[in-house]
Design a protein around this ligand. Sequence first.
Ligand code: TXA
Ligand code: MG
Length: 324
Amino acid sequence: MAEILAVGEALERALALLRGGDVVAIPTETVYGLAGDATNGIGVARIFEAKGRPRFNPLIAHVADMAMAERIALFDPLSKQLALAFWPGPLTLVLPQRPGNGIHPLVTAGLDTIALRMPRGFGGDLIARLGRPLAAPSANSSGKISATTAQAVAADLGARIKLVVDGGATPVGLESTIVKAEGERLRLLRPGGIAAEDIEAAIGMELLRGGAAGVEAPGMLASHYAPGAAMRLNAGTVGEGEALLGFGSERADGWRLAAAFLNLSETGDLREAASNLFAYMQILDSSGARIIAVEPVPFDGLGEAINDRLSRAAAPRDNILAAT
Ligand code: TXA
Ligand code: MG
């Protein structure tokens, strides 16, 4: 069972776990978050594993200060204005990523944008000490409501994580408001802890609402990286000119003919495979092959989320919205 430590005594233990690529449940002003080092693919894979997420939705990267935020993302003037007005606080900004920012692609599900937030209190202190951003979805297992006390986190995830940091009941009690710049306007992607009216007052204009063209709700497939190449799943053979995305130690027939080959995990470790998934799809896609054949990946543990993401990437492009 997870250890529960009060904020005053948890910092060193939390740092040690995060530096070792493990996850920690932490209080934020909105809800408890299940945090991992956003630059460490294994740490990020462990977040999905502990939550039992059947999908890899993009996560929010939490920062300690504006300098860290600007190393990760490119701010337009409106987003900058909101950050200065509401950070630290329950506001998440979706921004273009700064190339080479070191954020692991599993955090963003391979998107070229990133959701950023600067939390108040313990989370901010922890990130400042770690010197790295923390990826953190709400600390609840998939399909359950977000936890607002350490006891609720421990009851739900306690068997799967080592530490819950207890900061008492979270003051806001619901998730952050998410907005995204679109040209000269801002779109409300998720209502939350800061009222949309307060954001509108700060920027002196109305927020766009409803789904953006081609984008369903945040985290849905249409907003995710879709390879230019077609994907052929559960491949037992490789056709000439196809790229091959492998898994485990057994190879598909004809694999030596593959135009390019990468193995998600030679040892069949699903955590390692999850951490390699988005980067490897992108690399094979940029190899120029028209088809990426993918060896079978088992469905247990993180395999369910890996298979979900693969089948979404393989869905016919016309059906991409229907497939969400
Ligand atoms: O208050 C909160 O926001 C809490 C605390 C822990 O910070 N976190 C939280 O995370 O609610 P999560 O993972 O439960 O929700 C994150 C939301 C998802 O709806 C996801 O799809 C969206 O943020 N999101 C993340 N990156 C995105 C991106 N690049 N574009 C659009 N939406 C994004
Ligand atoms: Mg959540």
